[in-house]
Design a protein around this ligand. Structure first.
Ligand SMILES: [Zn+2]
Ligand SMILES: [Zn+2]
Length: 182
């Protein structure tokens, strides 16, 4: 959905939308599961900087809800994560940020982004919000045992017979026995 400054000059733009998987590209690691729902509104914030000089900001307020899936960082099984996030974002025109009268950015509760031209795409903002909500390391369960580095077996599903090194006390005991036999 395109958000245009010229539309916002007349009135704020309400939205209530559902995006199906594939409509927004989240890259190769993140997959959307089911509909991604969002509702909120965009409004124009006109900053006055003395005289005729104004800066048109777009404020985007709303929430999103959906589910995504990604790979467990240890065993690579699929992990589904529910998303529920509210946002309050401010977009400044990119051109106005350059130059001598650069606007100081001090808003505490608002995140600042930039738009160029006559407006912005809501989808771009949603993509950003979803990716911000994705954990850096997702685990299928807090104590996921991961994959065996030797045979690649998923240790959550099967115990394999590989030597997992001296950290395992059972193998340490066998090692001691071997030394005694030599
Ligand atoms: Zn796992
Ligand atoms: Zn193994």
């Amino acid at each position: 959905m395109k958000i245009r400054i010229q539309d916002l000059e007349l009135r704020k733009q309400e939205f209530e939308l559902a995006f199906q998987p594939g409509e927004i590209d989240f890259g190769v690691d993140v997959r959307q599961v089911g509909a991604l729902r969002t509702e909120g509104h965009a409004e124009l914030i006109r900053e006055h900087h003395g005289g005729q000089h104004t800066v048109d900001d777009i404020r985007l307020i709303g929430k999103l809800e959906g589910r995504i899936s990604l790979c467990c960082a240890r065993c690579l099984e699929t992990v589904e994560i529910p998303l529920s996030r509210s946002f309050d974002l401010l977009y400044r025109p990119l051109e106005k940020e350059r130059g001598a009268d650069e606007v100081a950015i001090h808003e505490a509760d608002t995140e600042i982004g930039f738009y160029s031209g006559d407006g912005m795409e809501l989808e771009d903002s949603l993509r950003e919000q979803v990716l911000l909500a994705v954990p850096i390391k997702a685990l299928c369960q807090p104590d996921c045992k991961g994959l065996c580095p030797v045979c690649g077996a998923n240790r959550n599903q099967q115990a394999c017979a590989c030597n997992s090194g001296p950290s395992d006390p059972r193998w340490a005991a066998l090692g001691d026995l071997k030394k005694k036999l030599q």
